[in-house]
Write a protein that binds this ligand. Structure first.
Ligand code: URA
Ligand code: SF4
Length: 217
């Protein structure tokens, strides 16, 4: 059966989830990737940031957000006084999806599809169930879709603090959280890097994060 659920030990804490993740065969992405990239950050972090999937650098390092997009995210978190260490960083999909460049020299990021996002979602649900963070931020449409459902539009709702899990995709997946957890979607840091107005895009991204950081404090 496809999907990560059967690879997730019941009642696992974060370390047990991390230890179980390399054995996941919930979709085909493990075949091509170097390794699973699970997450980084403290289990008691009040703020969780969810990206799309590890990139080329992360795939080799085994750490999330250590490539170019990660550098931009780290800079924003540093400027907000949180730092990487103050947040829990994870991804909607835990293996790097890529295709090879025509000459086969470069690994080019490929968007995860709905089957892969759905297959990997049980890891994210399990992480959030043990973390019980105050604020969850989706970085980009993939993470927002994984958490809030495919109809969610980042362009319409970015930067808004929304109640959680009232509007979530499958609210039954998540435990009751106390105090009530909040959700926010913003753009992916790689979209900031690709923007024609990079400075403006960065300011808007950092402003969204500032709201989330404040709500998590
Ligand atoms: N982009 C992501 O979405 N996640 C990472 O871990 C790195 C880059
Ligand atoms: Fe499992 Fe997710 Fe990796 Fe697919 S991407 S094999 S579901 S960990």
């Amino acid at each position: 059966a496809p999907g990560a659920q059967r690879f997730i030990p019941p009642e696992a804490d974060l370390n047990q989830l991390r230890e179980a993740a390399p054995a996941c065969r919930g979709c085909d992405l493990y075949r091509q990737a170097t390794q699973v990239v699970f997450s980084a950050g403290p289990p008691d972090a009040p703020l969780v940031l969810v990206g799309e999937q590890p990139g080329d650098v992360e795939d080799k390092a085994g750490e999330p957000f250590v490539g170019p997009a990660g550098a931009l995210l780290t800079k924003a978190l540093d400027e907000l006084g949180v730092g990487r260490e103050g947040a829990y960083l994870t991804n909607a999909v835990k293996h790097f999806k890529f295709r090879l460049s025509p000459r086969g020299k470069r690994r080019i990021h490929d968007k995860p599809d709905r089957i892969e996002i759905t297959a990997c979602r049980p890891w994210l649900v399990a992480e959030l169930a043990v973390l019980r963070p105050r604020v969850v931020v989706a970085l980009g449409a993939t993470a927002a879709g994984a958490l809030m459902g495919p109809a969610f539009r980042v362009t319409r709702s970015r930067g808004e603090l929304l109640p959680w899990p009232a509007s979530a995709y499958r609210p039954g997946d998540f435990p009751e959280v106390d105090p009530p957890a909040l959700f926010m979607a913003t753009v992916h840091p790689s979209a900031v890097l690709r923007s024609d107005d990079r400075a403006g895009a960065y300011r808007a991204f950092a402003a969204d994060l500032a709201v989330a950081v404040k709500a998590a404090a």
